[in-house]
Design a protein around this ligand. Structure first.
Ligand code: SF4
Ligand code: SF4
Length: 110
């Protein structure tokens, strides 16, 4: 089993989950964060931190978001994802033009 990030993360992506993960298994995707299924230890620390309830155990993903289980596996196939930065760093980047965070919210913000 592993935890999975689903659709509500897209456009929110506030990195609150990153700070509480004991094994640093959150990674930066273009539209959402991803949890590495081979590294997650199912500790449940991240789930209550998410403001939009995007995180679920892979055995309990709502049916309309089940495709995010495979998306979260496929995301790691190339091996080029970077470990997600902390929420503090992400927040700082948001206001700086040209950074990954600033560009992200221009493209995806709900
Ligand atoms: S369940 Fe625990 S180990 Fe898995 S991603 Fe969340 S905080 Fe990290
Ligand atoms: S806390 Fe939720 S919305 Fe924020 S980055 Fe993590 S999964 Fe995405």
């Amino acid at each position: 089993m592993a935890y999975v990030i689903t659709e509500p993360c897209i456009g929110t992506k506030d990195h609150a989950c990153v700070d509480v993960c004991p094994v640093e298994c959150f990674y930066e995707g273009p539209d959402q964060l991803f949890i590495n299924p081979d590294e997650c230890i199912d500790c449940d620390a991240c789930r209550p931190e998410c403001p939009v309830d995007a995180i679920f155990p892979d055995t309990d993903v709502p049916s309309e978001w089940e495709k995010y289980i495979q998306k979260g596996v496929d995301a790691f196939k190339k091996g080029d994802l970077k470990v997600a930065i902390t929420r503090e760093k992400w927040e700082k980047e948001k206001g700086v033009a040209g950074t990954v965070a600033n560009t992200y919210y221009q493209k995806f913000k709900k």
